[in-house]
Write a protein that binds this ligand. Structure first.
Ligand code: HEC
Length: 147
């Protein structure tokens, strides 16, 4: 009985925790964080372009979230996560992880500045720093993401 019970407990744990492979979970996790980054960057872009009225608190909220998100996606690029689910991440990432990490650090620096500048409410400064942030996104995507 004890053995059967343990087997049932183990199969329940397996089916609830890892119905997906670890690589698949990592890939979906990193894509989820990237989507969240895209959400908040899009919200700020709309205000910078004037497609949506600028609201200081709403912009600052997205800038703050983006600054926090800039630390999160990278857990999803661990060893062995080059493949295992549909992904646009290039294999170069795992061959030059130090360079990839350097771009992550740049994103963290620029988004932290963006959050600071957003707190001033000065659209001139905000536009400039939003542009700097967008360059880091584009630079990494050009280098490490397939089209
Ligand atoms: C250090 C590199 C790097 C930086 C910086 C970066 N990204 Fe990404 N991003 C990637 C990679 C790699 C992928 C592809 C992930 C995959 O498919 O597994 C990606 C995918 C995405 C996706 C598509 C997600 C999906 O699967 O639907 C969006 C949206 C995105 N990034 C937004 C952003 C935004 C916005 C920024 C800047 C604020 C940014 N990223 C900065 C590397 C980066």
């Amino acid at each position: 009985m004890a053995v059967a019970g343990a087997a049932i407990a183990a199969s329940v744990a397996v089916s609830t925790v890892s119905a997906q492979s670890p690589a698949e979970r990592s890939i979906q996790y990193r894509q989820g964080v990237m989507k969240a980054q895209g959400w908040h960057t899009g919200n700020m872009a709309a205000q910078v372009k004037g497609d949506k009225p600028y609201n200081k608190d709403d912009f600052l909220r997205s800038a703050t979230f983006l600054s926090q998100l800039s630390h999160m996606a990278w857990d999803g690029f661990g060893p062995g996560t080059e493949a295992g689910a549909p992904t646009k991440a290039k294999p170069e990432i795992w061959k030059e992880m130090d360079k990839f990490k350097a771009v992550q650090t740049r994103l963290q620096t620029e988004t932290a500045k963006l959050a600071q500048v957003a707190a001033t409410g000065d659209m001139g400064q905000i536009k400039g720093q939003f542009g700097e942030t967008g360059k880091v996104c584009a630079n990494c995507h050009d280098t490490y993401r397939t089209k």
